[in-house]
Write a protein that binds this ligand. Sequence first.
Ligand code: NDP
Length: 508
Amino acid sequence: MSLQQELHYGHFIDGQDYLGHTPESIDVINPANGEVYATMSMGDKGDVDAAVAAAKRAFNQPSWREMSNNDRGDLLFKCGQVIGAHAEELMFIESRDSGGTIRRAAGMDIPIVIDLIGYYADLIKTTNNIVDLPTKPLPEAGHAQVWQEPIGVCALITPWNFPIFIAVAKIIPALAAGNTVVIKPSEYTPASTTHLVQLLSDVLPKGVLNVVNGDGASVGEALTTHPDVGKVSFTGSTCVGKHIQKMATESCKLVGLELGGKGPAIVMKDADLDLAAYGITFGGLFNSGQACESGTRILVHEAIHDQLMEKLAAVCDTLVVGNPLDPATSYGPIANKNQYDRIMGYIDGAKQQGLTFVCGGEPIKPKGFEGGYYVQPTIITDVKNDMDIAQQEIFGPVLSVIKFSDEQQAIEIANETSYGLSAGVWSDDLVHAQKIAKQLQAGSIWINDWHMLRSDAPFGGYKNSGIGREFGIAGLQAFMQTKTIGVSLERDPRNKMMWSLLHTSPQQ
Ligand code: NDP
């Protein structure tokens, strides 16, 4: 066994590494070459019980519960410093785990994670958890306060496309609000999240942040149904999200769902076509197209269709697909074999339908990485909006192009989808583009760009793309619950108007 294969990712519970109470483990595969590089403990309900119990104990510690918002903010800043100090190793682990490029990890994941932590650290320091409502006037004087409180133990269930980024985007607001956490990363990508939690344990009190590795059917479901879990925050497929919501209903848990998308990008006649060609490929092919908010339905005015297709093919020709650790690589492998097979299945279906491939449509075997899961940048045109490749989330480097002849038709096609996460407009008329944006049914609309995520801007879906918002103030409030405290200042029972509904002759 090579040194690399001796790597094992277990759980992290109550401030320490924990192998789990059963010896079961599975292989972890590097999608860049298809080789096993580590093993991972397969947790079960017993491990989830241990992690939730640790998180519950930590939540009930006065030192955590009574911590001031100022101190909590300082603690979060320290988390950011830890990540900054270990950025290089986290980037490497993330790339080997998920196939994301080192260029992405260095240029996006680490900077955005540090920015997000700084944002929530600042936000919690200036958050007043108690708001006074106006005092009610005499004769029945009273006043009320609205308190924002943590929920308790929060279960975070995360996918494989941006493991660190999505984990941090949930962990940090959950901790900022005063909760404690049990996180379950995808079984395809246990490494970066487990390592991140181990690193953060240097600054966080024990039990505040725990990881249980394993699959969705056992660990995910045990978390979702656990009576001591107050909230489940999930990112992943719409199908699993709906299932989680149903299961969580049994114990009335709060649920946050960040689900799939099929983002329409409307390219108007007046768009700058060079800008659009680079932007559409960035919007749809970044991270091998494995991003929920990707723009994957490209609605193009018929007058500019042929010209734009030429430009898109030329831009795709410049993309370098291969070794994710090479800084020159545009995008790396698909994150796992299942997903690769799904994508190739959609491509084969489009071929069988006789659709027109502007470019791509084949797997790639980069030299030295023949065992990895690589797919060419693929653009398919003459697509009708009711076809599978226009309606299903492919989650790969595959763009479907649909022609339109007038603006209203484009807006209708854009909205004819069960999803509603992202949408966009490419146009030189910014005022008019905003009028179109108003009519698009999606949580984020981008004009002349894509993936414009910001720490302070709420992000989430309309329709089947989810429930709730992450990032921004909404992202913090999603991890809080509201309590109202009413204080009556009226000492004379005869003046308490509601009491007269029961008492006929109250005495002073
Ligand atoms: P899933 O939705 O299955 O996985 C996301 C997370 O949910 C993983 O941690 C998974 O665990 C967990 N999970 C799976 N089943 C359950 C369950 N019954 N209860 C609780 N948790 C569960 O996504 P896939 O990995 O299967 O990808 C399939 C498709 O989902 C993709 O093709 C893409 O369309 C979409 N997707 C969307 C993402 C997004 O960002 N919105 C991210 C990833 C995928 P485990 O995998 O370990 O079993």
